[in-house]
Design a protein around this ligand. Sequence first.
Ligand code: G3H
Ligand code: 13P
Ligand code: NA
Ligand code: ZN
Length: 328
Amino acid sequence: AMIALRQLLDHAAEHGYGVPAFNVNNMEQIHAIMQAAAACDAPVILQASAGARKYAGEPFLRRMVQAAVEQYPQLPVCLHQDHGASPAVCAQALRSGFTSVMMDGSLLADQKTPASYDYNVDVTRRTVDMAHAVGVSVEGELGCLGSLESGQAGEEDGVGASGTLSHEQLLTDPAQARAFVEATGVDALAIAIGTSHGAYKFSRPPTGETLAMQRIADIHAALPNTHLVMHGSSSVPQQWLAVIREFGGQIRETYGVPVEEIQRGIRLGVRKINIDTDIRLAMTGAMRQLMAQKPEEFDPRAFFKAATAAAQQLCRERFEAFGCAAQA
Ligand code: G3H
Ligand code: 13P
Ligand code: NA
Ligand code: ZN
C-alpha cells in the first residue's frame, strides 16, 4: 500500500535503520526495486525527478507505480518527488498521487545558483502548507550538494548548482538547520556533507576531509525529530566500472560513497539514502556485457532482463546493508 514518507521514516527511526530511495524512470527499474524489496521484505521509496516524468510521461509513471503497489500489496511504498524545483512542481506531484515531495529551495528554480536562506524558507514553507493539508510529507534541503575536493556540484548533474561553491555552502550548518525546520515544518531534511550527484564524486576514496560524516551527528543532535537525508549516495561500485570499461564504455577513475560510510551515517541519524547512479551503472554494465558476449541477440527483452537482474541484485544489497530486511 502507499504510505507517506513521514510514517515510513518514523518506523525506520524507531527501529534504527535507513531506507534507500531509488530513482525510477521506467518499468525495468521499478521491477528491479520491487523484486529486491519483496525478496527481503523491505519498505520501498520510489523517487521520480522532473526528468523522470518528462522521460516516461506523467500518466505512465503514475500507473507504473500503481501497478507496483497492486502487484506487491504486502509492501509499503512511498512515491516521492525528487528535487522539486518550485512549489508548482510539487503541486503537480500532489495531483499525480505522490505521497512525498522534495522542495529543493537550496537553488533558485531557474538559474541553478545558490538561493538565499529566506527564499528557501519561503518556498519550502509554502510547499509544507500545501502538502500537509493533503497528508503528504515534505523533504527540504539546506546547503548545496557538491564536492569538497573541487567545489563543483558534480558533472553530469541536471539538478545541481552551476559554478563554484564555497566551503561554507557545501556543509549544512546545524544551528541554521534547526531554525530552518522550525520555520518550515519539513518532515525530512537533505543535508550537504560533501556528496554530489552522478558518477564523479571523489577523485580518490573519500576521507574525513572530503566526506564530512561527523556533521551528521551534530545536525541530528540539533534536530532529533527530523529525518536526515543523504543525497548523492551511490557507492559507484568498482566492479561495475570495470565491466563497463571492459565492454567499450568510457568512465574515468572515480569513487563513490562506501556502503560502510552510509551504514555509519545511519547510526548517526540518516534515514533516507538517495541512489540513482548505481542503478544506472549496473544496468549499463549488464547490457554492454550481454551485447558484447551475444552479438547475435537482438530481442531487447534479453538486454532489459539482464539489466533488471543486475539492478535487482544491487538494490537487494542496499536494502540488506541499510537494515531494511524484514521491516516491511
Ligand atoms: O538527483 C538527481 C537524480 O540523479 C535524477 O537525475 O534529473 O537525470 O533524472 P535526472
Ligand atoms: P547518486 O547520483 O549518487 O545516485 O544520487 C542520487 C540522488 O541524490 C537523487 O536525488
Ligand atoms: Na529527494
Ligand atoms: Zn539528489
